[in-house]
Design a protein around this ligand. Structure first.
Ligand code: NAD
Length: 267
C-alpha cells in the first residue's frame, strides 16, 4: 500500500526537539522526505536525522532562525536545491518568555511574537509561493500544498503570566484561517494543530516532579500528558489526502483540555 506522504517533501521548523522532532519522524515514516529545520543545536538536529535515516527515511538538516527573513529565504533555496520543491510546511518553531504582564519587557514581547507569529508568516509565504508556482501534481497529492501551523489550546484559553505567548497563538489562528480562505481556490490547504500539554522541553517544569504532574493532570480529562507521537499522527493525517476536504480548522490534540475540566465533578 502507498504510504500516506510518499514522494512529498515536508519542511518542519524547530524539528530538532519535542513536537517538531516527533512530526518529522512521523512524516518520514509515511514516506515524506523531511527538512529538519533547527536554530541553535546542530547535535540535536543530527540526532533526529540519524533516527530517520536508521528507519530507512530521507532527510536533511538546515539551520535557520524562522524570524529572520534572509535565513528563511536561504532555507527554502537550499530545500529547492536539494529536493526540487516543498509539498508540506509544518510551522512548528516556537518558544515562551513568561512574565507577569505588568513586568513583561518589550524584548520578551517582541521575541515571542517574532518567532511564534512572524516566523510562521515568513515560512508560510515562501511555501505558498512555491505551491502556486508548481500547482497540483496528482501522483503525489490532491492538493497543491499543505501548511500545518502549530498553535496551542492557548489560541482560545487565556493564559495569565503568558500574555505574549497566548497573543501569538491567537494571532496564528487568524493567520491560518485567512491563508486558508485566500488559497483554498488554488487547492492549498492550511490548518492548525492545537496541542494541549505535550511532554517536551518547553514545559518540563509542568511534568518534571510527581507534584507538578499531578497538578497538571487536573487540567486533562484523559489523565495523561500528551506525547510528541500524539501530534505526529495528527500532523500526518492533516497533511495527507485523507484530510483533503479539511481546510481552515484547528485540530485540538489535548486529551480533552478544552472540555472545562473544572466542571468534571459538578463544578
Ligand atoms: P520545544 O522547545 O522542544 O520545541 C521548539 C523548537 O523550536 C525547538 O527545537 C527550538 O530550537 C525551535 N526554535 C525556537 N526558536 C526558533 C527560531 N527562531 N527558529 C527556528 N527554530 C526555533 O517545544 P515544543 O513543545 O516541541 O514546541 C513546539 C511547538 O508546539 C511550539 O510552537 C509550541 O508553542 C507548540 N506547543 C507546545 C505545547 C506543549 O505542551 N509542549 C503545547 C501547545 C503548543
Amino acid at each position: 500500500m502507498k504510504r500516506k506522504l510518499e514522494g512529498q517533501v515536508a519542511l518542519v521548523t524547530g524539528a530538532s526537539s519535542g513536537i517538531g522532532a516527533g512530526v518529522a519522524k512521523a512524516m518520514a515514516a509515511e514516506g515524506a522526505t523531511v527538512v529538519i529545520n533547527y536554530s541553535s543545536s546542530p547535535e540535536k538536529a543530527e540526532k533526529v536525522l540519524n533516527e530517520i535515516q536508521r528507519a530507512g527515511g530521507t532527510a536533511l538538516t538546515i539551520k535557520a532562525d524562522v524570524s529572520n527573513e534572509k535565513e528563511v529565504l536561504a532555507m527554502y533555496e537550499e530545500t529547492f536545491k536539494q529536493f526540487g520543491t516543498v509539498d508540506i510546511l509544518v510551522n512548528n518553531a516556537g518558544l515562551q518568555k513568561d512574565n507577569k504582564f505588568h513586568e513583561m519587557s518589550l524584548d520578551e514581547w517582541n521575541r515571542v511574537i517574532a518567532i511564534n507569529l512572524t516566523g510562521q508568516f515568513l515560512c508560510a509565504r515562501e511555501a505558498i509561493k512555491e505551491f502556486l508556482r508548481r500547482g497540483v501534481v496528482p501522483s503525489k497529492s490532491k492538493a497543491a500544498g499543505k501548511i500545518i501551523c502549530m498553535s496551542s489550546v492557548h489560541e482560545v484559553i487565556p493564559w495569565a503570566g503568558h500574555a505574549n505567548y497566548a497573543a501569538s497563538k491567537g494571532g496564528v489562528m487568524m493567520l491560518m484561517k485567512s491563508m486558508a480562505q485566500e488559497y483554498a481556490p488554488m487547492k492549498i490547504r492550511v490548518n492548525s494543530i492545537g496541542p494541549g500539554a505535550i511532554r517536551t522541553p518547553i514545559n518540563h517544569a509542568a511534568w518534571q516532579t510527581p507534584e507538578s504532574y499531578n497538578q497538571l493532570l487536573k487540567l486533562i480529562p484523559q489523565k495523561r500528558i500528551g506525547e510528541a507521537e500524539d501530534i505526529g499522527g495528527a500532523a500526518v493525517w492533516l497533511a495527507s489526502d485523507d484530510a483533503d476536504y479539511v481546510n481552515g480548522i484547528t485540530l485540538f490534540v489535548d486529551g480533552g483540555m478544552l472540555l472545562y475540566p473544572g466542571f468534571e465533578d459538578n463544578g
